[in-house]
Write a protein that binds this ligand. Structure first.
Ligand SMILES: *Cc1c(COP(=O)(O)O)cnc(C)c1O
Length: 456
């Protein structure tokens, strides 16, 4: 009988995170340092201390290849890890493709996505350093839920600034965070200077991740008892997510599958994509494997495909360090597409450097096409995906259809990084024909890019 679901035992769960920084030099990739937002000089660890615990700052700059996962973190991981890998037999048949399609499913975590993989260690290291409260932003609500859950596990308070458009579209995400004890406010809010300034200019602002990050950072800087937590973009976040790719390698081996020809993931800030693909990229860099690695992003926030590779702020109010990354400009506000987790102006510095070095590829796609793909997938495989991983589903579908043309039986693996149970309003828009595509607002982006910082 063909095996549908490849499961590992808890004993097979990774005990270390994989740090791709150790292997970037072998690929000829340079990671430019983060710069101080006021001086434009390279950041030192002390500059980050008001925001993050020292353990995370060390991981951010570490060049150690494998970093041990603390026992207390592994204990929480075991609630849902290892996660399953599936073979998409029914979908392959419906697509009439000779390709072999596998998907890693991260929707089995308590919060319903990959985000707890980093929320748990972030809450843990803060608790160990005596921090009592974490502030953060959330777009679609996935990160806020994950951090609320993680803070609850380690007995610390959690304050979430939730992007206005999601706050209104997703009341159940808010209730989930509150159930895990977090307090949640719509961003822009009147609780911070950054929020009040935006509201003074635009009282109907739908918000953005860039604005919500400014609010959460300001909250953390203003209070002694509070640190800030970021759910994507930073090196330590992508590091924590590498449990995903390490498990996939073991699972493909267990299934007797071929080494993958193509990996597909969606990119907002790059964390699920990095966590899924980095252990494979190591094989490309070090062991001569030739897997194609494809990032799929929304046409409404196309940082990797149409942004500029330069130093920019991570937030709208210019409070965060400057990262060299693919950016649409820190004050660019993407259209209110349903993949709220992908509405970000920038991209992980690691992913950006890999893209510049042509070690990964990227494409962008409109949201009606991703819902077409999501429906095709869920009607065969049953799992109902969030709009974000539906970008990866769309990408995998294009690859599978190319195989149908060429007759090649390629092995395609994608990351299904979260379920869509809180995204059914977007499915309703799609099914009632109300979902619209957003053209790339070239003029708005050019305007935003004209405000790039002059450092670097
Ligand atoms: C947050 C989120 C994303 C986007 O963030 P990345 O850091 O790019 O992974 C994508 N999918 C889901 C389900 C998310 O929760």
């Amino acid at each position: 009988m063909p095996i549908k679901k490849i499961v590992l035992s808890e004993a097979d769960m990774p005990t270390h995170w994989y740090n791709i920084n150790a292997d970037l030099p072998a690929a000829g990739v340079q990671l430019p340092p983060p710069l101080h937002p006021a001086t434009g000089q390279p950041l030192g660890p002390a500059d980050l201390a008001p925001l993050f615990p020292m353990a995370l700052i060390e991981q951010e700059v570490s060049s150690e290849r494998y970093i041990e996962i603390p026992e207390e973190v592994q204990d929480i991981y075991r609630i849902w890890r290892p996660t399953p890998l599936f073979r998409a037999y029914q979908w392959e048949k419906a697509l009439d493709t000779p390709a072999k399609i596998y998907y890693k499913y991260e929707g089995t975590s308590p919060a319903g996505s990959h985000k707890p993989n980093t929320a748990v260690p972030q809450a843990y290291y803060n608790m160990k350093e005596g921090v009592k409260r974490l502030s953060t932003e959330t777009g679609a609500g996935q990160w806020g839920s994950a951090l609320a859950f993680a803070c609850q596990m380690f007995g610390i308070e959690c304050k979430v600034y939730m992007v206005r458009v999601s706050y209104d579209q997703k009341p159940y995400r808010k209730l989930m965070m509150q159930t895990w004890g977090a307090s949640v406010v719509a961003s822009p809010s009147t609780e911070t200077n950054a929020g009040r300034q935006i509201l003074a200019k635009d009282p109907n602002s739908t918000g953005s991740l860039g604005i919500a990050i400014s609010e959460a950072v300001e909250d953390a800087v203003m209070r002694e008892d509070t640190h800030y937590a970021l759910g994507s973009v930073l090196n330590h976040v992508l590091l924590h997510q590498t449990v995903i790719g390490q498990e996939v390698i073991k699972q493909l081996e267990l299934a007797g599958a071929d080494w993958p020809d193509v990996l597909v993931g969606c990119t907002g800030g790059g964390s699920n994509f990095g966590g899924f693909t980095f252990p494979f990229l190591r094989e490309n860099i070090v062991n001569g494997k030739q897997t194609r690695v494809l990032a799929v992003e929304p046409a409404a926030a196309p940082s990797l495909t149409r942004g500029v590779y330069t130093y920019d702020f991570g937030d709208t109010a210019q409070m965060t360090p400057l990262l060299k990354m693919h950016t649409l400009g820190h004050d660019f506000v993407p259209a209110p597409i349903h993949a709220g987790g992908l509405r970000y102006h920038g991209m992980s510095a690691q992913i950006s450097a890999l893209k510049e070095a042509k070690l990964i590829e990227a494409v962008n796609v409109q949201q009606r096409a991703i819902f077409d793909a999501a429906i095709s997938f869920t009607q065969c495989e049953g799992i109902l995906p969030a709009p974000e991983p539906s970008h990866a589903i769309w990408g995998a579908m294009q690859e599978a259809l190319k195989c149908k043309e060429s007759g090649e039986a390629k092995t395609i693996v994608f990351n299904l990084c979260g379920h869509g149970h809180f995204d059914l309003a977007s499915y309703e828009s799609y099914m009632s024909g109300k979902l619209v595509d957003y053209d790339y607002p070239e003029a708005a982006i050019q305007e935003s890019l004209s405000h790039l910082p002059s450092f670097g």
